[in-house]
Design a protein around this ligand. Structure first.
Ligand code: ATP
Ligand code: MG
Length: 461
């Protein structure tokens, strides 16, 4: 059952019950009061008739009923009748009057018995009791028509029924209106949540009722915001994963095609010694690239999984280690390497940061054709430390800057491949910076050089 209908039925039921009880109490109290007044008035009449009979009886012969009959007739004819029926009995003998209910006419000696009875649509009150008149014991019965009291009660009931009907109609309309106002925000919330469940993540409930329902709607909207953000992130993640898998498959395909082609050539044809060496060289270099690819991929996967511990490290010591590893390769290609490091220690994972710097220096080296200069700067900051690697190599076109840290993204694919690159170096560096709560920024001028900065925010020691 709908809330609106429940509210309506509840209100109407409650209204009917309360009004019914109130009306029953009021009408019954009013009826009792009218009956009491009728009884008191009838009793006064009975007492005055009794007194008359006693006086007439005492003054008369005592056996003659004519005086009594005269007196009673005079009372009946003297203006308005005080009763609607009278009967004066002496034992079984009727002295005066008729038409009184014999069953309701039981009397009690010395006192007056009041009984109510009904004849068809007419209601009566009967008073009966014994009267002594000049030594005679007489039974006086008076009947009074009290139908008016019952008619008044019926009229009150009829007015009440009409009032109740009007109250119920007004109450029903009012409760329907109130229920509509109350349930409108709920309907809005319902519509919004149905849309959300159907996949419309932008669906929100616009409720401005200034009550608990508005708070509920605000909480619903906050939940929907959260859901939309999480779903957006999840979709991005899935897109990135799909792109990654596509690139990975592509990266595998090229060396595999070379390896299969050259090994087939070795297998089928009779090659000269020179040609066979060349084929073997291709197979070797492509296999090395596959190996490098799988190693870097493994590193990347490990980085995403593992929880690393940051330790207090001196950037200066770290840089001298990197320089020691890289200098022989750089010297061979005519590249100079200098570095400067600030004093102090910061929190980082030394092996990972070393790997990051080696990757950056290796990229800088590969960006130079005929010698050049690389400069590494380590600075301590409030949040940790910055490492920047500057080179005066060929630089990176502006259009490529935003995508340079994506896995397998390379500016010049064939050049990178020829230099043994697989396009995962900067993706690794970015992941390492992220593990240090930081990020990687790339600034470059084509033909002039590049500065890549890793902002690490692991903290200071
Ligand atoms: P890998 O590092 O996996 O062996 P890679 O060096 O080609 O291969 P990344 O280190 O991810 O891959 O670099 C991506 C691309 O960014 C490089 O191929 C190169 O085109 C460009 N790049 C990176 N660093 C520089 C730089 N200092 N100067 C110019 N180009 C750069
Ligand atoms: Mg690289």
């Amino acid at each position: 059952m709908k809330l609106r209908l429940k509210l309506l039925l509840g209100t109407v039921g409650l209204l009917a019950l309360v009004l019914g009880i109130c009306a029953a109490v009021l009408i019954s109290a009013s009826f009792d009061a009218m009956m009491d007044s009728q009884r008191a008035s009838a009793l006064r009449t009975w007492n005055s008739v009794r007194t008359t009979i006693e006086v007439v009886g005492a003054s008369g012969s005592g056996t003659d009923s004519a005086d009594l009959q005269r007196a009673l007739r005079a009372m009946e004819n003297g203006g308005r009748a005080l009763w609607d029926g009278v009967e004066l009995m002496e034992g079984e003998r009727r002295v005066y009057g008729a038409g009184v209910d014999p069953e309701a006419a039981e009397s009690q000696a010395g006192s007056c018995l009041i009984t109510a009875f009904r004849r068809g649509e007419t209601h009566y009150l009967q008073l009966s009791g014994t009267v002594s008149a000049g030594g005679r014991e007489l039974e006086l019965r008076l009947v009074s028509d009290i139908t008016a009291v019952y008619e008044a009660r019926a009229a009150q009931l009829s007015v009440f029924r009409r009032l109740l009907l009007a109250a119920l109609v007004i109450g029903a309309a009012g409760s329907w209106l109130m229920a509509t106002l109350l349930t409108r925000p709920l309907a809005k919330l319902g519509r919004a949540s149905r849309k959300l469940a159907a996949g419309d993540l932008s669906s929100r409930a616009d409720v401005k009722s200034g009550d608990e329902l508005e708070t509920l709607a605000r909480e619903f909207n906050a939940m929907a915001d959260e859901l939309e953000t999480s779903m957006g992130k999840m979709r991005d993640f899935v897109d990135r994963q799909t792109a990654f898998m596509g690139s990975f498959a592509h990266e595998l395909k090229t060396p595999m095609t070379s390896i299969i082609g050259y090994s087939d050539l070795l297998r089928r044809s009779t090659l000269t010694e020179e040609e066979a060496r060349e084929a073997a060289n291709y197979i070797f270099s492509e296999s090395r690239r596959l190996e490098a690819l799988s190693l870097k991929l493994q590193d990347l996967i490990l980085l995403k999984k593992e929880d690393f511990e940051l330790t207090p490290t001196e950037p200066r010591a770290l840089l001298s280690g990197v320089v020691r590893v890289m200098r022989p390769v750089l010297t061979r290609t005519g590249v100079t390497l200098r570095y400067r490091a600030g004093e102090g220690r910061c929190l980082l994972e030394p092996d990972l940061v070393k790997s990051l710097l080696i990757n950056l220096v290796d990229n800088a080296r590969k960006a130079m054709d005929n010698g050049g200069a690389i400069f590494i700067l380590a600075e301590l900051t409030e949040e940790g430390c910055h490492f920047s690697v500057t080179d005066n190599g060929r630089g990176i076109p502006e259009a490529d800057l935003a995508r340079i840290t994506e896995a397998f993204y390379r500016v010049d694919k064939s050049r990178s491949r020829a230099q043994g690159g697989v396009g995962l170096g900067l993706a690794l560096c970015d992941e390492i910076a992220r593990l240090h709560h930081g990020s990687l920024t790339v600034r470059s001028v084509l033909g002039r050089g590049t500065v890549i900065t890793a902002e690490l925010k692991g903290g200071r020691a």
